[in-house]
Design a protein around this ligand. Structure first.
Ligand SMILES: C[S@@+](CC[C@H](N)C(=O)[O-])C[C@H]1O[C@@H](n2cnc3c(N)ncnc32)[C@H](O)[C@@H]1O
Length: 242
C-alpha cells in the first residue's frame, strides 16, 4: 500500500470501484492485517501533510481544514453544546490519528481519551496535548479502560479496517465501552452495500453496523451526513438505551 495515493473520505460511490465482500479470514490473517495497518498509518502520518494524513489525502490542506471544521460542527451536534467543569463528559476518540478532534473536544472541557494504533500519531498527540486529554497506543478491539464513556466517537477509522473479524471485534469493543444512556457514533458511507476500495478501504453496509449494535442494546438516533462537497460519508448515531 502506498500511503501517498490513498483515496480519502470524499470518495464518490459512483467512482469506479472493486465491489467485493471482504474475504473470510483466519486469525493469522487478522494479526498480519493489524501489523500492516499500523505500518501503513505510521508511514502515512509521517509522509503526508498535517491534516491530509488523517483526512482526505486526495484534497489539499485548505480543503481538509474545511472538512475537519465541518465535521467538528456535526460532532458538537451529537455530543451536545454543554460543558460542566465539575462533571466533565468522559469521551473516547477511537482512532484519533494526530488528535485534531481530541484536542478540540478536550478544549471544550470534556475528559477525552484518544487511542490509535499508530505510535507516530500518538507521539505527536502527546507533544501537542492541550492538557485535558490522555493518549494511548491501542487497537480498537483491545482497549480496556477502567471506566465506561458517556460518548464514544470513531471518525473515519472502521472503513480502514480491512479484516472483517478485526472490524467486528473493534465495533463490538468500542460499543461495549459506552455507558447505559450514552452515545456511540461511527462514520461510514451512507449506503447499504459493502465495498472494497483497493487495498486500504472497505466500506460496509450500514445494516451490518445496525445489526451488531442493536444486539448490544443500542437504538438508532439517526444518520448525519458530513455534508462536505457531496461526499457520501456521515455519522451513524446510536444511543445505548436498550
Ligand atoms: C483516516 S485516519 C482518521 C484519524 C482521525 N480519526 C481523524 O479523523 O483525524 C484513520 C486512523 O485510524 C487508525 N487505525 C486504523 N485501524 C485501527 C485499529 N484497528 N485500531 C486503532 N486505530 C486504527 C489509523 O492509525 C489512523 O490514524
Amino acid at each position: 500500500m502506498n500511503p501517498a495515493v490513498c483515496l480519502g473520505v470524499g470518495n464518490d460511490v459512483s467512482d469506479p470501484v472493486q465491489v467485493n465482500p471482504p474475504e473470510v479470514s483466519s486469525a493469522e490473517d487478522a494479526v498480519r492485517g493489524v501489523v500492516a495497518t499500523a505500518e501503513f498509518w505510521n508511514a502515512r502520518h509521517q509522509e503526508l501533510g498535517y491534516l491530509r494524513s488523517g483526512g482526505d489525502a486526495g484534497r489539499d490542506e485548505a480543503s481538509n481544514e474545511i472538512l475537519y471544521a465541518v465535521r467538528l460542527g456535526r460532532l458538537i451536534d451529537i455530543v451536545g453544546d454543554q460543558c460542566a467543569p465539575a462533571a466533565p463528559l468522559r469521551i473516547l476518540d477511537a482512532g484519533c490519528g494526530k488528535g485534531w478532534f481530541t484536542r478540540r473536544v478536550a478544549s471544550f472541557g470534556h475528559r477525552v481519551d484518544g487511542i490509535d494504533v499508530s505510535e507516530h500519531a500518538i507521539s505527536l498527540c502527546r507533544q501537542q496535548a492541550v492538557g485535558q486529554e490522555r493518549y494511548a497506543v491501542s487497537r480498537l478491539d483491545q482497549w480496556r479502560p477502567p471506566c465506561l464513556y458517556d460518548v464514544v466517537y470513531c471518525i473515519d477509522v472502521l472503513f480502514h479496517v480491512m479484516n472483517d473479524q478485526v472490524w467486528e471485534a473493534s465495533l463490538r469493543n468500542i460499543a461495549s465501552l459506552v455507558r447505559w444512556g450514552g452515545t456511540l457514533t461511527v462514520t461510514e458511507h451512507e449506503a447499504d452495500v459493502t465495498r472494497t476500495w483497493a487495498d486500504y478501504q472497505c466500506t460496509r453496509a450500514l445494516s451490518r453496523y445496525r445489526k451488531i449494535l442493536e444486539s448490544q442494546g443500542f437504538v438508532e438516533r439517526g444518520f448525519i451526513p458530513y455534508g462536505f462537497r457531496s461526499g457520501p460519508v456521515g455519522f451513524l448515531v446510536m444511543a445505548r438505551s436498550g
